[in-house]
Design a protein around this ligand. Structure first.
Ligand SMILES: CCCCC/C=C/CC(=O)SCCNC(=O)CCNC(=O)[C@H](O)C(C)(C)COP(=O)(O)OP(=O)(O)OC[C@H]1O[C@@H](n2cnc3c(N)ncnc32)[C@H](O)[C@@H]1OP(=O)(O)O
Length: 414
């Protein structure tokens, strides 16, 4: 029998009903074994959804779906991968029968949580759900790759950035829009590389911005899952070294740096870019959020020093300790943002302004920035070192580990 066939007995006759996909429609074929003619009725897919879930996928469908997963051109993302994993385990082994992994074993803990959450779902239902998920995935990933051409693609030698230079402006654009521009380890390194290159190129000013609907969602929380042979302590130590070097690049950047954000900025990158930018331009749609406590972490990017100075100690406490999210208007009123523009005219207005700035004498701008910032440089490097050392300890805490596990198993979002 064909994969989506069902046999129905009507009196003496046996009907075979086949379902098959046809350009967004399901076709139903009703065949009477003793009759040569076929009756074909077409329905929109949505109308047949309930009927399909009542059916059971065969072992062969299941194996085909497993092969299809290997052929997917685009990474379906962690959430979907966990779903696939849990359905596979449930379909092949039944309810979760493994001991719960320890809290530091992040990946296995996320997998265990996903499998355990399926409870006593029957094996056949899990198999069918797996087949259905793979089938929906294949079509949605095909269509989404048509919707977002060119995103996450390689550009000017960078994997995670798009860097362009024209009209005296070097633009560094974070380019992981499907991950809300979360900073993975590669992106940290590429930003440092791009900043060093921009400090030496012919441009007069540098602009930092993000591609997609988030300026950045901060540190990529999956960075915490790649544990080296030296264990979590070594991981935390390496992270502190990387973060210190990363923030150091912002502190030492010699040219005017402008952060241009049309959309929400979360966590990590806002701090260094807000603290050290000559100017921050935001659209009225942008928000600013540093949820360090929510993640069991502590301020970084010198925000523990720059924010209370820029805003006020009380307002900085609301933001850095309680994780209060600010609208662009509020951030502007607090002095964190230079100017807010209407979303509809944001790009035009900001770029007109940037192009005008880029025509100013570059050396004069560089020297002016130096004289404004140099007095603070030593202090900023000391604050950076202290923040990184405190964070190194925080990353080993249960509070931090639990927050990361919660995000990875999608129990929490900010
Ligand atoms: C060297 C180490 C230095 C460490 C320094 C410490 C810095 C502190 C910080 O950076 S604090 C900020 C950390 N960031 C977060 O906690 C944000 C987590 N993300 C979210 O809460 C949400 O994703 C969101 C509110 C940003 C967006 O929600 P939305 O529903 O619109 O979108 P999705 O959640 O479906 O996200 C789409 C995909 O992007 C992945 N993703 C988003 N943010 C992160 C992130 N920070 N880390 C890892 N992955 C992230 C998300 O998982 C989705 O991926 P998927 O499609 O594969 O599931």
């Amino acid at each position: 029998m064909d994969k989506h066939s069902i046999l129905v007995c009507m009196g003496w006759e046996q009907l075979e009903i086949r379902l098959q996909k046809c350009e967004g429609w399901e076709q139903i074929e009703i065949s009477l074994p003793n009759c040569s003619s076929l009756q074909v009725i077409s329905f929109p897919v949505v109308q047949l959804h309930l009927n399909r879930t009542a059916m059971r996928a065969s072992q062969k469908d299941f194996e085909n779906a497993m092969n299809q997963v290997k052929l997917l051109k685009k990474d379906p993302g962690n959430e979907v991968k966990l779903k696939l994993y849990s359905l596979y385990k449930q379909a092949t082994e039944g309810p979760c029968n493994m001991p719960k992994p320890g809290v530091f074993d992040l990946i296995n803990k996320a997998k265990w949580d996903a499998w355990n959450a399926l409870g006593s779902l029957p094996k056949e239902t899990a198999r069918q759900n797996y087949v259905d998920l793979v089938s929906s995935l294949s079509s949605s990933l095909e269509s989404s790759s048509q919707v977002e051409p060119g995103t996450d693609r390689k550009s000017t030698g960078y994997e995670t950035l798009m860097v362009t230079s024209e009209d005296g402006i070097t633009k560094i654009m974070l380019n992981r829009p499907t991950k809300k521009n979360a900073l993975n380890v590669e992106m940290y390194h590429e930003i440092m590389h791009a900043l060093k290159a921009a400090s030496k190129d012919d441009s007069a000013i540098t602009v930092l911005t993000g591609n997609g609907d988030y300026y950045s969602s901060g540190n990529d929380l999956t960075n915490f899952t790649d544990i080296p042979p030296g264990g979590v302590e070594e991981k935390a130590k390496n992270g502190a070294v990387l973060l210190r070097e990363f923030v150091g690049c912002f502190i030492d950047f010699p040219k005017p740096l402008i952060a241009s954000g049309q959309c929400p900025a979360l966590g990590h990158l806002p701090s260094p870019s807000l603290g050290y930018s000559i100017a921050v331009y935001a659209s009225d749609r942008a928000t600013f959020h540093t949820p360090f406590s929510h993640l069991g972490q502590s301020p970084e990017g010198c925000s523990s020093y720059t924010f209370p100075k820029i805003m006020s100690p009380a307002k900085a406490t609301e933001m850095l300790v309680f994780g209060k999210k600010l609208t662009a208007g509020e951030a502007c009123a607090q002095g964190l943002v230079t100017e807010v523009f209407p979303d509809s005219t944001f790009q035009k207005e900001v770029w007109t302004r940037l192009k005008a700035f880029a025509k100013l004498p570059p050396n004069a701008m560089r020297i002016s920035k130096e004289i404004i910032r140099n007095r603070e440089k030593e202090k900023l490097h000391a604050v950076n070192a202290e923040e990184c050392s405190v964070l190194q300890g925080r990353w080993l805490s249960d509070e931090c580990m639990n927050a990361v596990v919660n995000f990875l198993s999608r129990k929490s979002k900010l």
